[in-house]
Design a protein around this ligand. Structure first.
Ligand code: ADP
Ligand code: MG
Length: 727
């Protein structure tokens, strides 16, 4: 008998030789690689006429509108630089609502009309593109009669060269808007929200007498989790190939219970792939810093040094792209899905967030004595107030069909949004609330009990890994973001709700101080009340525990358990008012996003249901029926030979019962899936959640039970054990 796809996959993996020595850092220092493919500030300075360079820097650093006359000079320098780096084409890269990036390439080539050609790139081409791109989700903003979509250069994110086999492309980061200027993408609202926050944060700084800072940036360091699985397995699993997650698969004999994977030695092929991807990222100016094994088998993490949110978002999109592409070079597939394997940890993104002045001051740095640091307390309380006031918005910013498998399960933060402050900060906040600020708990040194070791300073508080929103020393860490997400959405929400809080606080303090109150007194009068109102969202205990769920309910904290519960937040009146007030998203733009969220949920679940039906019918059912035939034949043969076949008969009965359950579940899913719900996109989403998902779960249970019964040589799908442990 020939081998099935699964057996062929294993054999292919076992017999493939992988070229792992592709780089040599003895001859190429990483500091020399960094940024070589970026048209960064130094490159701009060297190539642009001085006044042009200055004008461009003013736009980049201070947000001054770009003088249109400089665009031609920038375009020309950019083109020369790009061609020297082997680029033949340029592209406006944008971030449509799919959460991915999109690009259309144009060559620099321009025929002269005399049979020759020259390379050209004008300021006009740099500044604006019209990719049409009418097939991206617009949530109704682009009716076909007004289908124009434009890309607009974002000078605050530097252009770069993307090297690919047989060439290179100049990539220009852009926003993507409709002809009416409405956002069709993820970058536009992010930039708007950063401006909103900067305006409000500066008001507070001015109250403290800071006249130097011209801008406040939000900063983000996203930690990215992912899986690497051999491509041979992915090719023989239509679910992994098409949905990025397994819709079938029995629990393996060994999972992650030995905890031998987390921070373990990184496998050879994987570390070669990581190093290759990182080298690529260095060239692109992405400051990658950390790599390690994650909790689940075959799961890893990469983390960069933080940057301003716009750049961090662009770089995180690029990081995902580089990881995916590089994995292929090593016959691996990089899975960014939030839950590729049931029963095994899923992947998230930890969005580390803070605010920093253009002069480099981190506004959430408490210093050694936070009780004495009024400015820090104001910014920190503003964040606490924002999260307490708008928890549902943070929740919806991380909502997706994929993340629904993860949030609220016992390895990811719960769907209840709460804040962890830690011992030290909690103590300071308690003092503040009592208007009795006296001291800060200090950590001292750790007692390790070994005298030869250098002294280890002790943190004043422990970490908490179960909180969705934790203060971690000098930043907040939003841990509920899904691994496949663009981090733009969560940061748009964070920036906007904190801008609103800062606005509220600044208005009060400005009023009071104008009336003659000293600033310190005005702060003392204001913050305790805010803390009293907001402290219901603060929780320092175990976020996974049953007690917390009960306690949160008592406190009246929202628990939006799934995406469909969370989506309506997007079009609530207070949401529309908030985003309208700070000019981050208009009512029409919010409505569009609401529709897109619904549609994307439906499409995702629909694809997975389709996959279950087709794999169920064409792969699992035939395998089970074949095996049933083999057992039946064996039973008959045994009986004919006159031996006791009762055990085989029992097995046949058990198998047949499991097969019947499976076929009934197939039929039930087919029916629920085929049922056409009328109504709005939201009604469709509800239908999929309430009627299709439960049938998918039933079918999976039935199939996974067959997997434990059918003869191994007949089972067509690579098993969890194989996919997770054959490396
Ligand atoms: P962990 O212990 O959670 O793994 P680290 O302390 O290594 O975290 O930092 C995680 C991320 O937080 C890194 O990407 C780091 O650059 C980022 N980070 C540090 N400071 C800031 C800040 N001020 N603003 C935003 N992100 C920050
Ligand atoms: Mg972290």
């Amino acid at each position: 008998m020939g081998m099935n796809a699964r057996q062929q996959a294993i054999q292919a993996i076992a017999s493939t030789y992988h070229q792992l020595d592709n780089l040599d850092f003895r001859t190429e220092h990483i500091k020399d690689l960094f940024g070589v493919n970026v048209f960064h500030e130094e490159e701009q300075k060297a190539r642009l006429p001085k006044p042009v360079f200055k004008a461009l820097q003013k736009t980049i650093k201070l947000g001054v509108p770009l003088d249109p006359t400089v665009a031609d000079a920038v375009a020309s320098a950019m083109k020369d630089w790009a061609i020297e780096h082997g680029a033949t084409h340029y592209t406006h890269l944008f971030q449509p609502m799919t959460g991915l990036t999109a690009e259309k390439h144009d060559s620099f080539l321009n025929p002269t009309g005399t049979g020759a050609a020259i390379a050209e790139f004008s300021g006009k081409e740099l500044v604006k593109g019209e990719p049409d791109a009418s097939s991206f989700p617009s949530g109704g903003i682009r009716a076909t009669f007004e289908a124009r979509g434009y890309t607009g250069w974002d000078p605050t994110s530097p252009a770069y060269i993307r090297e690919t086999p047989n060439g290179a492309t100049l990539v220009i980061p852009t926003v993507f808007v409709s002809w009416t200027g409405e956002a069709l993408d993820k970058k536009t609202p992010l930039l708007r929200s950063m401006e909103a926050l900067s305006t409000q944060a500066l008001r507070i700084l001015r109250l403290f007498g800071n006249t130097e800072a011209k801008k406040v940036y939000t900063t983000v360091g996203p930690e990215q989790e992912y899986f690497l699985i051999d491509k041979n397995f992915v090719y023989s699993r239509p679910d992994l190939l098409n949905a990025g997650r397994t819709v079938f698969g029995a629990k393996p004999p060994k999972g992650q219970e030995l905890e031998d994977q987390y921070f373990g030695t990184i496998p050879e092929r994987v570390i070669a792939c990581m190093a290759d991807a990182e080298a690529e990222m260095f060239k692109l100016g992405i400051p990658v810093k950390t790599r390690h094994n994650e909790v689940a088998p075959s799961q890893y993490e990469i983390a960069p040094i933080f940057e301003d949110s716009n750049l961090a978002t662009d770089h995180n999109q690029l990081t995902m792209d580089v990881l995916r592409r590089t994995a292929e070079k090593y016959d691996l597939v990089c899975l960014m899905h939030e839950k590729p394997f049931a029963g095994i940890n899923g992947s998230g993104k930890h969005n580390n967030w803070s605010m920093s002045t253009d002069t480099g001051e981190n506004l959430l740095n408490p210093g050694d004595t936070p009780h004495d640091n009024a400015q820090f307390l104001v910014y920190c309380v503003a964040v606490i107030r924002a999260v307490a006031k708008y928890p549902e918005l943070l929740r919806v910013s991380v909502a997706s069909a994929g993340n629904d498998h993860r949030l609220g399960a016992n390895e990811a933060p719960p769907a209840i949004i709460s804040i962890f402050l830690g011992d030290q900060l909690q103590d300071v906040m308690d003092q503040l609330e009592r208007s009795d600020l006296k001291s800060t708990k200090q950590g001292g040194f750790m007692e390790v009990g070994v005298s030869v070791l250098p002294k280890l300073p002790k943190d004043a508080g422990d970490r908490n890994r179960t909180s969705p929103f934790a203060f971690t020393g000098n930043k907040f860490e939003f841990r509920a973001v899904g691994s496949s997400f663009s981090i733009s959405g969560p940061n748009v929400v964070l920036n906007t709700i904190v801008a609103e809080s800062l606005d509220f606080i600044a208005t009060k303090l400005e009023g009071d101080t104008k009336g003659g109150k000293p600033l310190a007194k005005a702060i003392q009068d204001l913050l305790p009340g805010i803390l009293k109102e907001s402290k219901k969202v603060v929780f320092n205990g175990d976020g996974y525990s049953e007690e917390w769920h009960k306690e949160a309910e008592k406190r009246g904290l929202p628990n939006l358990k799934n995406t469909v519960d969370a989506i309506p937040t997007l079009i609530r009146k207070d949401t529309i008012d908030l985003f309208g007030k700070y000019k981050v998203l208009s009512e029409r733009e919010l409505n569009a996003r609401y529709t897109i969220f619904c549609e994307s949920y439906v499409k995702t679940v629909n694809i997975e249901a389709n996959l279950m039906l087709s794999m169920g019918k064409t792969m699992i059912l035939p395998a089970a029926v074949r095996y049933q035939g083999q057992v039946a034949t064996a039973v008959n043969a045994a009986k004919a030979a006159g031996v006791d076949a009762s055990a085989q008969v029992d097995h046949l009965k058990e198998l047949t019962a499991a097969l019947t359950t499976f076929q009934k579940a197939l039929a039930a899913l087919e029916k629920a899936h085929g049922h056409h719900a009328d109504g709005t996109p939201y009604d469709h989403a509800k239908h999929f959640r309430d009627h299709v998902l439960p049938k998918m779960a039933d079918l999976r249970t039935a199939a996974d039970s067959l997997e434990t019964m059918v003869a191994d040589d007949l089972w067509p799908l690579p098993t969890y054990q194989e996919m997770l442990f054959i490396k």
